[in-house]
Design a protein around this ligand. Structure first.
Ligand SMILES: NC(=O)c1ccc[n+]([C@@H]2O[C@H](COP(=O)([O-])OP(=O)(O)OC[C@H]3O[C@@H](n4cnc5c(N)ncnc54)[C@H](OP(=O)(O)O)[C@@H]3O)[C@@H](O)[C@H]2O)c1
Length: 302
């Protein structure tokens, strides 16, 4: 397939590029730094500096849309909220406009989202398939961001494009993100439970995330929202204990909720709240998780 990726230079994107190249796909990455694309994404990956450079006669079979400014790193000032919004919603709108201009439309758009879609502090399990207790979207800023991001991507359906939404959980990877940040303090014995540790953490090993993306890419019968999380979310106190154990340590410390609130302000709920997300749609189509439980995922990462 000829595939266009946005966010291909990011944590998930770089790993995805390596996997898709191995599977024989031809890749183009849209990046604000096109000169870095070959180094970050692999030899032979083409770079696109702007969607305006996408010539209408150039056909992509698929688009994978992962771009977005990091959400937890900086305080959500008005300016930062605008950056978070533009880098996801505006960019996705522009992507759909570019698809509309293309002479030949892609078959599929896989577009990023996050489990933040479901809001915060949910204690009962939350699935992506219609059931007795379907989960409704949250109302906080990050939930509204995800909902608008999804809506922008779904507009491509009116152009005859199959759209899958990747409601991604905490991606565990040695190369970056949550795991890489926690690894050092935990390996020094400085691991700490966050607040009362009762909040749920819905995680996924990066290898399973990539495999799920490949499944959604190739199976033309799949569309709509998918929770990309392992089937066994855990409470923060369990995550903390298992992470420490995987590094041969114990985690006896507690990061008090008040200190986290002081340090992170409005973003604190991303650590102190949580969601108990289940990937029912992936399981229903027979997706086999390589790392279905946290201990096996952490063992591989350690
Ligand atoms: N990692 C996780 O645990 C996780 C969990 C849930 C959801 N997600 C979502 O999945 C997507 C990919 O995650 P990731 O961890 O791979 O992200 P990442 O490492 O932060 O990379 C995201 C990419 O987005 C582009 N980007 C960053 N700031 C931008 C801006 N201001 N305007 C336009 N583009 C910008 C960058 O590409 P260029 O520099 O090449 O332009 C960057 O490589 C993100 O949208 C993220 O929100 C990730």
């Amino acid at each position: 397939m000829d595939i266009l990726l946005t966010g291909g230079t990011g944590l998930i994107g770089r790993a995805l590029c390596a996997r898709l190249l191995k599977s024989g796909h031809r890749l183009t990455v849209l990046s604000r730094h096109p000169e870095r694309v070959a180094t970050l994404c692999g030899d032979g990956v083409r770079a696109l500096g702007s969607l305006k450079d996408w010539r209408s006669e150039q056909r992509f079979d698929a688009i994978i849309n992962l771009a977005g400014a990091p959400i937890i790193d900086l305080p959500w000032s008005t300016g930062r909220q605008r950056t978070l919004w533009r880098s996801r919603i505006t960019l996705t709108e522009e992507l759909v406009e570019a698809i509309a201009r293309a002479d030949s439309k892609p078959e599929v758009l896989l577009s990023g989202s996050a489990i933040g879609y479901y809001g915060d502090s949910l204690d009962s399990p939350c699935s992506d398939s219609p059931g007795p207790a379907p989960c409704s979207p949250g109302t906080d800023f990050s939930a509204r961001l995800c909902a608008a991001w999804e809506e922008a991507a779904l507009a491509a359906e009116t152009l005859g494009v199959r759209v899958c939404l990747l409601r991604t959980g905490l991606v565990l990877s040695r190369a970056g993100g949550l795991y890489a940040r926690m690894r050092r303090p935990f390996s020094l014995g400085l691991g700490a439970r966050l607040g009362d540790g009762q909040q749920w953490m819905s995680w996924i090993h990066i290898e399973d995330h990539l495999a799920a993306v490949e499944l959604l890419l190739g199976d033309a019968s799949l569309r709509g929202a998918f929770n990309l999380t392992a089937p066994t979310p855990v409470r923060n106190e369990i995550f903390t204990r298992l992470l420490a154990a995987s590094l041969g340590r114990q985690a006896r410390l507690i990061a008090p909720a008040a200190a986290i609130r002081l340090a992170l302000g409005r973003r604190a709920f991303m650590l102190l709240g949580g969601q108990r997300i289940l990937p029912n749609r992936l399981l229903d189509v027979g997706f086999a998780f390589r790392y279905p439980d946290l201990a096996s995922a952490l063992k591989e990462l350690a």
